[in-house]
Design a protein around this ligand. Structure first.
Ligand SMILES: Nc1nc2c(c(=O)[nH]1)N[C@H]1C(S)=C(S)[C@@H](COP(=O)(O)OP(=O)(O)OC[C@H]3O[C@@H](n4cnc5c(=O)[nH]c(N)nc54)[C@H](O)[C@@H]3O)O[C@H]1N2
Ligand SMILES: Nc1nc2c(c(=O)[nH]1)N[C@H]1C(S)=C(S)[C@@H](COP(=O)(O)OP(=O)(O)OC[C@H]3O[C@@H](n4cnc5c(=O)[nH]c(N)nc54)[C@H](O)[C@@H]3O)O[C@H]1N2
Ligand code: SF4
Ligand SMILES: [Mo]
Length: 759
């Protein structure tokens, strides 16, 4: 850990867990003065063992981006102007309570974006903010991403956060659908050096099958690449399930006593024979049968589906079938299969017992009647909830680390809708496409100045482990830690003005008290019968977030339980291990992890059964001769909408081009580099064509997160090479109905040569 040498210019090193993707690599930063001048992989990190990717290597450039906001901005006379922190929070305290008094609690919406899962503040404070606001108008990046997986886990296992992770280090066989970890570094599967782990699987004789309409870098590494038609994964998975039943290959093994609905699943997939799905998937029936047989025969195998199987019309069905396959082959909860991690800050395991189950659609959205999922409404419905008059219209919006103008469907409409808000707050380091509409912008410090702990990703990691890094560099004068920003936002949202440090500390103390008050009356807790004040006094840590971390570690599955297990985890113990503590490989957790009403895995939940007729109609889907559908893609040196401002990451393959197969290009009269106009339900865009054999015919691909050409932003590098916003092709009406997730892949488009110059 760094000692206090920040005033000296001597280069020193400091450890920092990388927050730039889900892999959570440990970095060794070189720090000169207060500036990060280098980053390399921390070879001693217990989990990442020295791995680093180009984004992590650019940590210093990103950290020092001169376009980062360094003071709050407050809108005065219609113009955003630099302001003090107290002015900014007082503006919020003055605006929000009168609004909710007049228009009700639902008039304030909250948008949580992706980086909240990459910061401590984003894990620790949004629940308190939502409890303070008591709004149901919650929208997050999950409905552009993994909500189908939450829904299928909720229905199958009772807990939407019980997400099985492929045990890639021990699997003999991996069937990977709609994921490209060689560029994304993995998702819902935290595995530093995912590429190396896949190569190791192959080296030890394992088999990798990749299902993707594009011949990605991951597909090129595979034993078999299945270039499926976009949107057809649920059909393929249903056919694989069918084959297991038909050929009597099901063998749930140790799970057998924990299953409900096995015969019902067999009946539900009866029509989905390989022959019946082959044309719709454009995968021949013998290949489908072979994949099913291999899956069943492998000693340990895992099926794993990500973005390309989630953000599609049958996203929840596909996510459900991924786990059904793991269950039927006995691979769920088995080493080398797919297991439930147990993170150090998870609730300590309790004896297995039936739970409350998972309910969907407890309320619906006001305008289109979309069912809630996990307490959220589809972010694709945000614009209409702001625009459509009536009771409970959203009039104020709090946006934490999100850029929905680029990341969600129909950004132009949302862009217009945001101008109609009475009040908007953005917590964001950049003045970008979304935050430019805010009345108050609260900028967090650069990552080197923040502590880091992965509350979310340790629960999705291929190995149980725990690591914590304190800020590598002291907080600059004038900046506030993001935890303090969010705590003060909570206070401002409740109308408190002039909150100071002590008020912020009170927020953490209150949360700690609440947790302890519950624990001491819980007969299963190691602190049952003790007094909260005595326990709170025992917590260590320099800051509120550190004390909260200490509390979670002590009460967690590996914790010392305030004396119950002197060898257990505490913050102090973690600090004594700066490269982290390995907690061992993933271990079976069924039935303890199940919280369904039956206490079993409910294999064919009613909501799923009710959605299957829609999949049956998809059996008849056939593309027209000249039709084209659009899919997305990610580039290694990018991250959603906000890393295009780091010059060292730009260029090369990291460009906003329309990838297209040579046959389609020839038919349409398009040549490499020429501009094409792409038209779909939500609008039209012009982008340069990139002709490649790496995409199947009939499919085109644009990356997301581009379109940095709107006025009023302060992202000079990104604006110079703006690209186009792929999500402008969507009108926001296409959703996976069970999860409310926007369909971002498999979009029908028309493409034609363009006269206009492209970006
Ligand atoms: N067409 C298409 N659209 C997609 C996708 C796709 O595959 N195709 N992918 C979807 C997915 S998976 C996701 S997760 C979403 C992501 O979409 P969003 O959730 O909107 O996330 P980002 O685009 O990453 O933008 C995050 C914002 O957070 C800010 N930020 C960065 N670091 C911090 C920080 O430390 N603190 C705070 N407060 N703010 C920070 C950035 O400046 C940026 O404004 O996009 C989705 N959109
Ligand atoms: N470098 C980089 N890394 C990132 C991000 C980033 O923007 N850049 N974003 C992060 C985020 S927020 C997330 S959620 C993860 C996502 O991580 P991944 O899930 O690995 O996401 P992608 O790289 O977009 O890979 C999705 C793949 O699905 C394919 N696909 C599209 N449609 C279909 C379909 O219908 N069926 C099948 N089988 N495949 C299809 C696409 O061609 C693409 O190769 O990545 C994270 N990591
Ligand atoms: S793989 Fe992800 S976590 Fe690791 S260095 Fe790259 S961006 Fe950071
Ligand atoms: Mo995501």
């Amino acid at each position: 850990m760094p000692h206090d040498s920040s005033s000296s210019r001597e280069p020193r090193t400091a450890l920092r867990i990388c927050p730039l993707c889900e892999a959570t690599c440990g970095l060794t930063l070189t720090v000169e003065g207060t500036r990060v001048t280098g980053a390399r992989g921390d070879r001693d990190d217990v989990f990442s063992r020295g791995f680093i990717c180009p984004k992590g290597a650019s940590f210093g450039g990103l950290d020092a981006d001169p376009d980062r906001l360094r003071t709050p901005l407050v809108r005065k006379d219609g113009v955003l102007q630099e302001a003090s922190w107290s002015e900014a929070f007082d503006a919020i305290a003055a605006a929000l309570p009168p609004l909710t008094e007049q228009h009700g609690q639902q008039s304030v919406g909250v948008v949580l974006g992706n980086p909240n899962v990459h910061t401590m503040a984003g894990a620790l404070y949004p629940p308190t903010l939502l409890a303070t606001l008591r709004t149901r108008a919650l929208f997050t990046a999950s409905t552009l991403d993994q909500m189908p997986k939450h829904v299928s886990s909720g229905l199958l296992f009772g807990d939407p956060n019980a997400i099985p992770v492929p045990d890639i280090d021990r699997a003999d066989h991996l069937l990977l659908l709609g994921a490209n970890p060689l560029e994304s570094n993995g998702s819902l599967c935290t595995a530093p050096d995912f590429p190396g782990r896949l190569k190791a699987l192959r080296r030890r004789g394992g088999t990798l099958t990749v299902v993707d309409p594009r011949r990605t870098r991951t597909a090129r590494l595979a034993d078999r690449h299945v270039a499926i038609r976009p949107g057809a994964d649920a059909l393929l998975l249903a056919a694989l399930t069918h084959v297991l039943f038909e050929e009597k290959l099901t063998d749930p093994g140790a799970l057998a006593g924990h299953l409900e609905g096995l015969d019902e699943v067999a009946a539900a997939v009866r029509e989905f024979t390989p022959e019946a799905v082959a044309e719709a998937c454009d995968v021949d029936a013998p290949t489908i049968r072979t994949i099913a047989r291999e899956l069943a025969a492998a000693p340990a195998a895992a099926v794993y589906g990500r973005i390309g199987s989630c953000t599609v019309a049958h996203g929840t069905l596909a996510s459900w079938l991924v786990d059904v396959l793991n269950i039927l082959t006995g691979n769920l909860d088995r080493p080398g299969g797919a297991l439930f991690p147990l993170s150090a800050t998870a609730r300590a395991p309790r004896p297995a017992a039936p739970g409350k189950g998972f309910a969907l659609g407890r309320w619906t959205s006001r305008v289109s009647g979309h069912p809630e999922a996990k307490g959220e409404l589809p972010v694709a419905a945000l614009a209409e909830e702001i625009e459509t008059p009536g009771d409970d219209r959203i009039r104020a919006l709090i946006v934490l680390a999100a850029n929905p103008v680029l990341s969600a469907p129909d950004g132009d409409r949302l862009d217009r809708a945001l101008t109609g808000l009475d009040f908007m707050v953005s917590v964001d380091p950049y003045l970008n496409e979304t935050s430019r509409h805010a009345h108050v912008v609260l900028p967090p410090p650069p990552p080197s100045q923040s502590a880091h702990f992965d509350f979310a990703f340790n629960a999705l990691a291929v190995r149980n482990q725990v690591r914590y890094t304190r800020p590598a560099v002291p907080l600059d004068d004038g900046l506030l830690d993001e935890s303090e920003i969010l705590a003060r936002l909570v206070l401002a949202a409740s109308g408190m003005r002039g909150a100071d440090r002590s008020a912020v500390a009170a927020v953490d103390a209150m949360i700690i008290d609440r947790v302890l008050a519950k624990a001491v009356v819980d007969p299963l807790s190691p602190v049952h019968g003790r007094t909260p004040a005595e326990l709170a006094a025992a917590l260590t840590g320099r800051t509120g977030p550190e004390r909260r971390l200490d509390l979670m570690l002590r009460l967690g599955p590996y914790g010392e339980g305030f004396g119950a297990d002197p060898d257990g985890l505490t913050l102090d113990r973690l600090l004594a291990h700066p490269h982290g503590i390995d907690l061992g490989p993933l271990r079976p957790r069924i039935p303890q992890v199940l919280t369904t009403r039956s206490g079993r895995i409910e294999l064919l939940p009613a909501a799923i059964a009710a959605d299957l007729p829609r999949l049956r109609t998809a059996l008849a889907d056939r593309p027209g001769d000249d039709s084209l559908v659009l899919v997305g893609r990610r580039h290694l040196r990018s991250n959603n909408s906000w890393m295009h401002n780091v010059a060292s990451l730009g260029g090369g393959s990291n460009v906003c081009t329309l990838q297209m197969h040579p046959d389609d290009a020839a038919r349409l009269g398009l040549s490499d580099g020429t501009p094409a106009t792409i038209t779909a339900a939500g609008g039209a865009l012009t982008a340069p064509v990139e002709i490649t054999e790496g995409i199947r015919a009939g499919v085109v691909s644009l990356p997301h997160g581009w379109g940095h050409d709107r006025p009023g932003t302060r992202t000079s590098v990104a604006s110079a090479v703006p690209g186009v916003n792929v999500n402008q092709l969507l009108d926001g009406t296409l959703l996976d109905p069970l999860s409310g997730t926007a369909v971002l892949n498999g979009i029908p488009v028309a493409v034609a040569p363009s006269a206009a110059p492209s970006h």
